[in-house]
Design a protein around this ligand. Structure first.
Ligand code: FE2
Length: 265
């Protein structure tokens, strides 16, 4: 049984996987899951999976999550379409560091994104920020301070603006605020991560006067260059990340782009 080929990014923020996802074997799926736990985000170049093959591959990681704020694919309800036209103005969907749907009580564990149509190279990259590395780099005092704290996550946090622009396009604006609390430190396979989505966190439970200062410290620490990697898309590429160990952000661009997203509960 051959081992899967992979190569971590230079700063170990994520990992490239060299496999054909159309024919990937069961043993390789297990290896991919281990690598996802270890690195937080995986990149699969040049796959060109059909929607059916894409759903099939994603089903190895769990059940698809429902997401009311994006338009589903017309034939495949588990796929949500993120589309931007050359003529669109304003921010891209998901611009600003965040982790997906963290305002829900049970946020989706993983997100898949597939590039269906992309603008020129160097446009529309997605930024990833590794939160294992961000946690490890905190001082002992800060680790102690946040270890039992809970963040207050809101669907109307900073990132909502980019979502509402998309929703306005589809005529589905106006859902009411959803709020949940989660521990700021989470554990994945024995390793700790910072779980604080700058796009959603509006407060910290039981920490009145200091909360703004702490949120602003964490938000700028979490996205330092040494924890980040900018992924440039080509048609057919797929990225898969863990929403508990990775922040991500869209970047601004002008051009036609279509992405298929699947989130896994
Ligand atoms: Fe996102």
């Amino acid at each position: 049984m051959s081992k899967i080929k992979f190569k971590p990014t230079n700063n170990r923020v994520g990992c490239f996987i060299y496999a054909d996802l159309k024919t990937v074997e069961k043993d390789h799926i297990d290896e991919i899951k281990n690598l996802l736990d270890r690195y937080g985000v995986l990149f699969f170049k040049n796959q060109n999976l059909s929607p059916k093959e894409y759903i099939n591959f994603s089903s190895n990681f769990g059940k698809p999550a429902f997401y009311p704020m994006l338009k589903p694919h017309k034939d495949f309800k588990d796929i949500y379409v993120i589309e931007r036209k050359k003529t669109d103005t304003g921010k891209s969907f998901g611009e600003g560091p965040h982790t997906d749907s963290s305002y829900l009580e049970n946020p989706p564990r993983y997100t898949f994104l597939q590039a269906v149509e992309v603008p020129d190279e160097g446009k529309g990259n997605t930024l990833f920020y590794n939160q294992f590395l961000a946690y490890e780099a905190l001082s002992k005092t800060m680790k102690e301070k946040i270890k039992n704290l809970k963040g207050i996550f809101s669907s109307q946090g900073k990132i909502a603006q980019t979502r509402e622009l998309r929703m306005a396009d589809h005529g589905t604006s106006g859902t009411k605020e959803i709020i949940s609390q989660h521990k700021l430190v989470q554990m994945i396979n024995g390793r700790k991560t910072i779980y604080c989505s700058p796009g959603h966190v509006i407060g910290i439970d039981n920490l009145q006067s200091e909360q703004e200062k702490l949120i602003s410290f964490l938000s700028s620490h979490q996205i330092k260059k040494k924890f980040s990697f900018s992924f440039g898309w080509k048609k057919g590429d797929i990225a898969l990340w863990s929403n508990r160990s990775m922040l991500h952000a869209a970047t601004s661009f002008n051009g036609d782009r279509k992405m298929f997203r699947i989130t896994i509960q």
